[in-house]
Design a protein around this ligand. Structure first.
Ligand code: CA
Length: 233
């Protein structure tokens, strides 16, 4: 088993290669992205224990990636890499939700120490609070409290039926994954009285009415044609 799953977002090919090799040698599973847009998409899809995020990136800078991740409720620890002299960046980055900072150039031993510390801290948090990511979800201006079964949008309570809530929760627990109608029926409904995949479509439509800015052009729960649905919010 890998020591942890890391996403490395770094556009300098030499540094990306060096870090990738070093991290692999330490037993980490590493995925790499060479620009901010790709890095954001990978991080949103989830499954990482830590994101190593360069600040200066093509297509979308590291600050923007970090801010967007936090706005979407992604709590994966972020270690930012910044160039020497970007003093102000430290403050700005921490405000945006980065967990730690490393100034280039750095020794790989220093990077490894920071990674270990962040992973340890994240592990302790998870132990103390059970599974924090499963207890509370955030997307856009919506907050979902799983334990209380309460949902608010811009601070205003949203009424959901039990099935709508269970479907929303399943989507939130599988952000970025393409979920087939059959899987949703099986996992959310358990096939009870509802042999029709149409049931899923109807409930998705209801959720879209409640959470999409424009339900006709859904951004939060997207249709994957021929396959099912994907929760992106
Ligand atoms: Ca860079």
């Amino acid at each position: 088993m890998a020591a942890g799953r890391l996403l490395l977002v770094e556009d300098e090919p030499g540094l990306q290669l060096t870090l990738n090799d070093r991290l692999l040698a330490e037993g980490y599973a590493v995925e790499t992205a060479g620009d901010g847009e790709t890095g954001l998409a990978r991080a949103l899809a989830g499954g990482f224990d830590l994101v190593i995020l360069d600040v200066m990136l093509p297509r979308r800078d590291g600050f923007d990636v970090c801010r967007t991740l936090r706005q979407r409720g992604v709590t994966t620890p972020v270690l930012m890499l910044t160039a020497r002299g970007q003093v102000v960046d430290r403050v700005v980055g921490l405000k945006l939700g980065a967990d730690d900072y490393l100034t280039k150039p750095f020794e790989s031993a220093e990077l490894l120490a920071r990674i270990e510390a962040l992973l340890r801290r994240a592990g302790q948090t998870a132990e103390q609070t059970g599974t924090p990511s499963a207890a509370r979800h955030v997307f856009g201006d919506v907050v979902v409290d799983v334990r209380k079964a309460e949902v608010t949008r811009a601070g205003v309570p949203v009424d959901l039926s039990a099935k709508e809530f269970q479907l929303l929760r399943y989507f939130l627990e599988h952000r970025g994954a393409t979920l087939s109608r059959d899987e949703l029926l099986h996992e959310v409904w358990g096939y009870e009285h509802t042999p029709s995949t149409r049931t899923v479509d109807v409930h998705v439509a209801w959720l879209r009415q409640k959470f999409e800015a424009n339900p006709k052009v859904p951004q939060v729960i997207q249709t994957v044609h021929g396959l099912g649905y994907k929760f992106i919010g």
